[in-house]
Design a protein around this ligand. Structure first.
Ligand code: 13P
Ligand code: SF4
Length: 333
């Protein structure tokens, strides 16, 4: 689906987009693009979305090549779900500070302290970490997954401390232990940023991604908003949920706490509304590594192909499939 950005791209970009579309067709390839990708990539992509939606589409596409415009853990997840397909990442330096905040050996040492625990790994992790997990989750389904785990089981949630604190608060799981990792981009959307914006815009609605450093004060706002003591409506949402809410909101002004790549989608979803970033500097360097030439070259390049060691992928697959297919979730000992 082509989503045209509001500002018309320059003619050399249009040329690139034409060449990219033509080569994709020739190679039976599709582009999956995360919502944080720049607008020119989402314009040329077949599908854009959040981590859960892209994982679902990676698992059910008929294309032979998936060009993943995002970061490494996303392309690896697509490869785990579709091992017979060729998956390429058009920027071999597109890593993730959150995924880097826990290693396989960190997790093995942590799990040794709680040998019967269920391990819930956010999808923002390496394939080796996923291979040690019982289930993966995304921001769209973390609450639902943790809520399904019996309260008498220890539960290790990793690696994001802000998402973990939010999920623990929403589920009241009494035995949930949280790894203290963070995404440097979302951690830098701080309580101070939020406080300043809310003070200056007292009637604006607020959308917050749960990886943000300001998630806990946003939850406090949510609680007070529902008791009627403030005029601001607050929602904690994944990036796709933000776009869905943008389409139907009755607000005139929305403050948005997440990576700023999504702002183009929100404005396209509802041009009548003023969407304003809580921290306009919150730009992920890894999500912005792809150039038009890199994207074009990646469609046929062998250098950009993503490989996951087959034994690691086989061990990670159940955890990733449980993230995508609720019917596979069962927690018996
Ligand atoms: P979602 O798009 O799944 O909300 O996740 C955001 C993210 O962390 C991508 O890096
Ligand atoms: Fe990783 Fe944060 Fe960038 Fe997402 S925004 S890819 S979590 S560093």
């Amino acid at each position: 689906m082509l989503i045209m950005s509001i500002i018309a791209p320059p003619s050399d970009m249009i040329d690139y987009q034409r060449q990219i579309r033509s080569l994709l067709e020739q190679e039976n390839a599709i582009i999956l693009a995360h919502n944080y990708q720049p607008a020119w990539i989402k314009d040329v992509a077949d599908i854009s979305g959040d981590s859960l939606y892209l994982s679902q589409r990676a698992g059910d596409t008929d294309a032979t090549t998936i060009v993943f415009c995002g970061v490494r853990f996303m392309a690896e997840t697509a490869k785990i779900l579709s091992p017979t397909k060729r998956v390429v990442l058009p920027a071999d330096d597109a890593e993730c500070s959150l995924a880097d905040s826990i290693t396989e050996s960190d997790l093995l040492a942590w799990r040794a302290q709680y040998p019967d625990a269920i391990v819930v790994a956010y999808v923002n992790t390496s394939a080796a970490v996923k291979a040690q997990a019982d289930v993966c989750c995304t921001s769209a389904n973390a609450v639902e997954i943790v809520a399904s785990i019996p309260h008498d089981r220890d539960l290790l949630f990793l690696p994001d401390q802000f998402l973990g604190a939010y999920v623990k608060r929403m589920t009241a799981h009494p035995n949930m232990h949280i790894w203290m990792g963070e995404c440097h981009v979302h951690a830098d959307i701080s309580p101070e940023h939020l406080e300043r914006k809310m003070l200056n815009n007292p009637t604006a609605t607020l959308m917050v991604h749960p990886e943000c450093g300001c998630t806990t004060p946003a939850l406090y706002q949510m609680a007070t908003a529902s008791s009627g003591s403030t005029r601001q409506r607050v929602s904690i949402l994944s990036t796709n949920q933000m776009i869905e809410e943008a389409k139907t909101t009755s607000a005139q002004h929305v403050l948005v706490a997440t990576e700023i790549g999504i702002m183009s989608d929100l404005r396209a979803a509802n041009p009548e509304v003023r969407f304003e970033a809580v921290n306009p500097e919150a730009r992920c360097p890894y999500m912005n590594r792809i150039t038009p030439q890199r994207l074009l070259d990646s469609i046929t390049s062998t250098a950009d192909e993503v490989f996951v060691d087959p034994a690691t992928a086989a061990r990670a697959r159940l955890a990733v499939e449980r993230m995508v297919h609720p019917e596979l979730r069962s927690w018996s000992r």
